[in-house]
Design a protein around this ligand. Structure first.
Ligand code: FAD
Length: 302
């Protein structure tokens, strides 16, 4: 068996497996691919000490760095079941079972997409999901935020300080965000909120030039001219296969303590699949390192 087995090859998993391997223990990683969400990212400007990089380049760097170490890499493999016996057992989609004294889950998350025409075509060409990442690209421009929950309203407040104007579009008759956030939002001069509306299309030629929506009460259609659309309708953690065995919160995020430990002894988790409040590359990497050290601590005590 492995001493530490990592599941997931994004920033959290890569960081965890490197930290584990540096302890000179038997280390493995089940990685569908290296990079995770980073592979869908164009420019990255907030990975501190690297002024600018691109998703595919960072993904390749992650893999290269992991391969510097004695790590058993099980690429193009996915975990589909976790069982805790004496060891932790991960059953792969091929049916094979990999055993380890400790496991670090780093399966990440995916942004919920809205599925309207233009979303896929204009990804990274005006359609964005992360205000911390892409907000500055829209300095002085007009943007929309789709989604009036906490993440959408926080994004709108954040963006209002950078861009010329923000329109928030909420599908339901009311915003779902916390009242303090709503108050802050409504106090901003360059924000418009439209509720009970359905986004129909993100328009553009080379890049985004607008957004069409209908008012759900009147059925009337409208078109906004703008350069950016932030879609913030939820982040879905890749934890469906774990929910029977590992304690998750109501969003499906794995609950971890300050050592990255879950409720199951020997099972740790890191990155966007956990209940960490902020989902960023640098944070995922930090939490991967933290979970690996937590798992190592667990090994030397058991
Ligand atoms: P992920 O990156 O999601 O990686 C998890 C990996 O695990 C994936 O490869 C997944 O396929 C795999 N996996 C899932 N289930 C299983 C399974 N059952 N078995 C095996 N493997 C599995 N952050 C920044 O800091 N700066 C940015 O500029 C930035 N831009 C972004 C732009 C976009 C479009 C997106 C979507 C995100 C962006 N982020 C950015 C956020 C950042 O990418 C994430 O916070 C980070 O990748 C999380 O790392 P992770 O390792 O926890 O998860």
């Amino acid at each position: 068996p492995f001493d530490i087995l990592v599941v997931g090859g994004g920033p959290a998993g890569a960081s965890a497996v490197i930290y584990a391997a540096r302890k000179g223990i038997r280390t493995g990683i089940v990685a569908e691919q290296f990079g995770g969400q980073v592979k869908d990212t164009l420019g990255i400007e907030n990975f501190i000490s690297i002024k600018y990089t691109e998703g595919l380049k960072l993904a390749a760097n992650l893999e290269e760095h992991v391969k510097e170490y004695q790590v058993d890499v099980m690429k193009r493999q996915r975990g589909r079941r976790l069982t805790k016996k004496e060891l932790v057992e991960i059953e792969l989609e091929t049916g094979a079972v990999v055993k380890s004294k400790a496991v670090i889950l780093a399966t990440g998350a995916r942004w919920r997409s809205i599925g309207v025409p233009g979303e896929t075509e204009f990804k990274n060409k005006g359609v964005a999901y992360c205000p911390h990442c892409d907000g500055p690209l829209f300095k002085g421009k007009r943007v929309a935020v789709i989604g009036g929950g906490n993440s959408g309203v926080e994004a709108a407040i954040d963006l209002a300080g950078i861009v010329e104007h923000v329109t928030v579009l909420e599908f339901m008759p009311d915003l779902k965000a916390d009242v303090v956030l709503q108050q802050r939002l409504y106090s901003l001069p360059n924000v418009t909120v439209v509720k009970n509306v359905q986004t129909k299309e993100i328009t553009g030629r080379e890049k985004v030039d607008g957004l069409s929506y209908t008012d759900r009460s009147t059925g009337e259609s409208y078109h906004l001219e703008l350069q950016g659309v932030f879609i913030l309708i939820g982040l879905i953690p890749n934890t469906d296969w774990l929910r029977d065995t590992i304690e998750c919160n109501r969003f499906g995020e794995i609950i971890v303590d300050s050592h990255g430990a879950t409720n199951v002894p020997g099972v740790f988790a890191a990155g966007d699949c956990t209940n960490t409040p902020y989902k960023q590359i640098i944070i995922a990497m930090g939490s991967g390192a933290n979970a690996a050290l937590g798992a190592f601590d667990y090994l030397i005590r058991n």
